[in-house]
Design a protein around this ligand. Structure first.
Ligand SMILES: [Zn+2]
Ligand SMILES: [Zn+2]
Length: 171
């Protein structure tokens, strides 16, 4: 029964089913990262903020990719099927920009940079380093308090490259 052919077959099947589906609220709280494996934890609304649980991309209706068995789950920023930003990503970007704009220590040019650069630093693209450097300079002007709030707002979605440039970990 357990021939090499069968094993090959099982392997390719399990590759497809490695990812479970996730339930995430609009604000980005992960309600259940393995909604098929552990349906008992499924909820219609978020216990942390009361907003509706989403199980699929609102643009293309594809189920949100959940956890792979044995892996750490990271909040996805974009739909893997259509590339749309998820609502929580959008909300975090907008909030981070608003926090930055609330500072009176920056000029209009710097405000424009925040508006265009913050959406770029959550992705890993050839522009990430450049945009991160611009953001870093402005955050330095804005000062620690607001900069920390922006950091926390973007924590779950910022690209690793950007994080290393803007907020390098001090050993
Ligand atoms: Zn929530
Ligand atoms: Zn989609």
């Amino acid at each position: 029964m357990d021939s090499d052919w069968m094993r090959g077959c099982k392997f390719s099947n399990s590759q497809d089913s490695q990812y479970d589906n996730a339930l995430i609220c609009k604000n980005g709280h992960v309600i259940n990262s393995m909604s098929n494996q552990y349906p008992i934890d499924n909820k219609a609304f978020c216990e942390e903020c009361g907003s509706k649980a989403l199980d699929r991309c609102e643009k293309c209706n594809t189920l949100i990719r959940g956890n792979k068995l044995g892996d750490t789950y990271y909040l996805p920023s974009f739909c893997f099927n259509c590339g749309s930003v998820f609502p929580w990503t959008q909300l975090k970007i907008e909030t981070a920009i608003e926090l930055g704009l609330s500072s009176e220590l920056i000029d209009d040019n710097e405000r424009d940079i925040l508006r265009t650069s913050i959406p770029e630093i959550i992705k890993d693209t050839p522009r990430t380093m450049l945009e991160s450097t611009k953001v870093k300079k402005i955050l330095w002007k804005i000062g620690n308090g607001t900069s920390t709030m922006i950091k926390e707002t973007l924590a779950a979605i910022i690209s690793e490259t950007a994080k290393k440039i803007i907020w390098p970990d001090k050993p």
